[in-house]
Design a protein around this ligand. Sequence first.
Ligand SMILES: CC(C)(COP(=O)(O)OP(=O)(O)OC[C@H]1O[C@@H](n2cnc3c(N)ncnc32)[C@H](O)[C@@H]1OP(=O)(O)O)[C@@H](O)C(=O)NCCC(=O)NCCS
Length: 142
Amino acid sequence: MTERWGAPVAAGGGRLHRLDDLPGFAAFSADGTVAGVVTYLIEGDVCELVSIDAVVQGMGVGTALLEAACDAAAAAGCRCVRLITTNDNVDALRFYHRRGFALTELRPDAVDESRRMKPQIPLVGAYGIPIRDELVLVRELP
Ligand SMILES: CC(C)(COP(=O)(O)OP(=O)(O)OC[C@H]1O[C@@H](n2cnc3c(N)ncnc32)[C@H](O)[C@@H]1OP(=O)(O)O)[C@@H](O)C(=O)NCCC(=O)NCCS
């Protein structure tokens, strides 16, 4: 998590989460190395997906992790899974939209506050896009 995210913490929505304190799932390659990790937090009937990371991308690891977290949320009685991503992460937006999530909120400049809590958040993200805004996506559970 430190290698991939700069620190084992995630900042978003005005909160700081320690990823290694959260429940989650890990995916492993055949040689036993970690292929990806998802973490989540259940509060009431809402499951917040706090982090999702596939070490090798485009091989189905992210989908498997996402579905494992959604299944755990449904089993715990949650009515939806919610997550926050940032305006630069257009690949993740495609990924979530293809998997039943819909945009519910745009928070312009919200990353400024997250960066105060986690200074490792870079100024520029994917495709050279400045990281500025938070986007909230929700998937309703059956
Ligand atoms: C977003 C993420 C978790 C998706 O995981 P993944 O293992 O790459 O996802 P999958 O392989 O299950 O599916 C990715 C989709 O992109 C396609 N794809 C093809 N090549 C790809 C590539 N090089 N990179 C990413 N996706 C690719 C897949 O075919 C699939 O397409 P589909 O939606 O039409 O089915 C992963 O890309 C990731 O870890 N990104 C960096 C961390 C991150 O941004 N996390 C989200 C923070 S909100």
